[in-house]
Design a protein around this ligand. Structure first.
Ligand SMILES: [Cu+2]
Length: 153
């Protein structure tokens, strides 16, 4: 084998290594995983409901939840709970409808905290049904989640 062929061979091997490493993926960008989605049953006359879940980012880059849609409500907003100057808890839309999901971190949407507000319900949410949600992330795009309606344990 000539020196040139040998060098060519080495270059090919290096190229193959580079390609296979980048094909493994997961080394760049956010990596969003959603777990334990659920929605609360809505009281009879209620016009809105709420959905919860854990959003985890296993990637090396931040992402952000920037919106949501559901099949049971005409409108959907990202809400948070805040305590005002009179120590009264209120909920309000998250600033700019942008909830950061930090790299290698997680954000839990739960009663008393962040939640997906289902505004102008098309029908009463009853235990056993499934709310179909589409979550929109800044970098990861749209993700579909099925949230069963159940009571908080
Ligand atoms: Cu709310």
């Amino acid at each position: 084998m000539s020196a040139t062929t040998k060098r060519f061979g080495v270059i090919v091997i290096i190229l193959l290594l580079v390609v296979s490493v980048s094909a493994c993926g997961g080394s760049k960008g956010p990596d969003i995983k959603i777990s334990n989605p659920w929605a609360r049953p809505s009281p009879k006359m209620a016009t809105s409901g709420a959905a919860y879940m854990i959003i985890e980012n296993k990637g090396k880059e931040d992402d952000a939840l920037i919106g949501a849609e559901s099949d049971v409500s005409n409108n959907t907003e990202i809400h948070e709970m805040v305590v005002d100057e009179n120590s009264v808890m209120h909920m309000k839309p998250v600033e700019g409808q942008r909830l950061t999901i930090p790299a290698r971190g997680k954000v839990e949407l739960k009663p008393g905290g962040y939640h997906i507000m289902l505004i102008n319900l098309k029908h009463q949410l009853q235990e056993g049904e499934i709310v179909h949600l589409t979550l929109k992330f800044e970098k990861s795009g749209e993700m579909k989640v099925d949230a069963p309606v159940k009571m908080l344990k």
